[in-house]
Design a protein around this ligand. Structure first.
Ligand code: SF4
Length: 176
């Protein structure tokens, strides 16, 4: 089965790619993260994802469309959680790409992170799957988060200090 794996960063991909590949799934990565600010940080994380792709021997596709203004306009206003809309936007775009590539399913490396909203991942992934008629594979991979930390250190992969958007950077550093 061909699986398009939304890849948020190198560290999360480091354990997620081998896990899916070890089940006989043909994995292709897809870096689509317009939520990462500023641009130089986005480039660092893209480089980290490409480094992991090289080590694990998978193809890493990248969506070069990077427009923070459009991202803020679509994600920040409105009722409900900003993070849910952020995750949903990325999974919707991944499902669209999976359908275009003829993949049977898609998933996301976000599912390894204890810092992400897993209910939002599950629910918005299901919505994206229905929109593009591609299966969404969700699995709670938080138990192997430690393995991703170990592998990314061992492989010298860039590790970020905040989730992605300017708001998360402010939340991370405002007290320091
Ligand atoms: S904190 Fe992370 S998940 Fe939430 S909106 Fe910012 S980048 Fe997206």
């Amino acid at each position: 089965m061909k699986l398009l794996l939304h890849t948020c960063c190198g560290p999360c991909a480091s354990a997620t790619i081998p896990l899916w590949a070890g089940r006989g799934v043909e994995v292709t990565g897809f870096f689509h993260n317009p939520n990462i600010h500023p641009l130089l940080e986005w480039r660092r994380r893209l480089t980290g994802a490409l480094d992991v792709a090289e080590v694990t021997g998978v193809e890493m596709l990248q969506d070069d469309a990077y427009d923070p203004a459009a991202w803020f306009a679509s994600v920040v206003p409105g009722e409900g959680s900003r993070c849910r809309r952020c995750i949903g936007q990325r999974l919707m775009r991944t499902a669209q790409e999976a359908a275009a590539l003829g993949c049977a399913a898609f998933s996301t490396s976000l599912s390894i992170s204890p810092y992400q909203d897993h209910e939002a991942i599950r629910e918005t992934g299901a919505e994206a799957a229905a929109a593009f008629d591609v299966e969404f594979l969700y699995e709670d991979l938080r138990p192997v988060y430690g393995e991703s930390r170990r592998l990314s250190r061992e492989w010298g992969i860039y590790r970020q200090k905040y989730c992605g958007c300017l708001i998360s950077e402010w939340e991370r550093y405002r007290g320091s």
